[in-house]
Design a protein around this ligand. Structure first.
Ligand code: CU
Length: 146
C-alpha cells in the first residue's frame, strides 16, 4: 500500500515537472523570435536647410550611405530621421555624407565648396537653429502629419 502511494506521488511530481519545462520552452522560443528581428537603428539629429530642394539633397546624401534604409528630413524642424543597419554603417558616416553635400549637421560642418554650389535659395543661414519644435514656423506651407 505504501508503495502505491509512493508511485502516485512520483507520477504527480513528474507531471508537474514536465508542465514547468514546457512553459519554459515556450518562453524561450518567444524571446528568440524577438532577437531574430532585423535590428534597425533609428537616429534623429539636426541638419540645417531651407526648402524642398534642400530636403532632396540631404535625403539623397543620407540614402547614399550603404546600410541606410530610410531618411526623412523635416523642413520645419531642421531635423532628419534616419533608419539604418548598424552592422553596415554608423551615425558618423551619415553625418559626414550630409556634410559633404554642403549641409551642416549637429556634429559636422557642411563642406564649403558644396555649399557655394547650392542653388541660392538653398544657401541656408549657418546660425540657423537645428532641432526646432516646428511650431514657430512663419512659412505658409504647413505640413500636416497628424
Ligand atoms: Cu533649398
Amino acid at each position: 500500500m505504501k508503495k502505491v502511494i509512493l508511485s502516485v506521488a512520483v507520477i504527480v511530481a513528474m507531471g508537474l515537472t514536465s508542465c514547468k519545462n514546457e512553459a519554459k520552452k515556450i518562453e524561450e522560443t518567444t524571446t528568440t523570435e524577438v532577437s531574430n528581428e532585423i535590428a534597425m537603428t533609428d537616429l534623429s539629429f539636426g541638419v540645417r536647410g531651407n526648402c524642398g530642394m534642400c530636403k532632396n539633397t540631404i535625403e539623397k546624401a543620407a540614402n547614399s550611405v550603404e546600410g541606410v534604409a530610410s531618411a526623412n528630413w523635416d523642413v520645419d524642424k531642421k531635423k532628419i530621421d534616419v533608419s539604418f543597419d548598424d552592422t553596415k554603417t554608423d551615425a558618423m558616416a551619415i553625418h559626414n555624407a550630409i556634410a559633404a553635400s554642403g549641409y551642416d549637421t549637429e556634429k559636422v560642418a557642411g563642406n564649403e565648396e558644396a555649399y557655394k554650389n547650392l542653388p541660392g535659395c538653398c544657401q541656408y543661414d549657418h546660425e540657423m537653429m537645428m532641432n526646432q519644435s516646428g511650431e514657430m514656423k512663419s512659412d505658409v506651407h504647413s505640413n500636416h502629419d497628424h
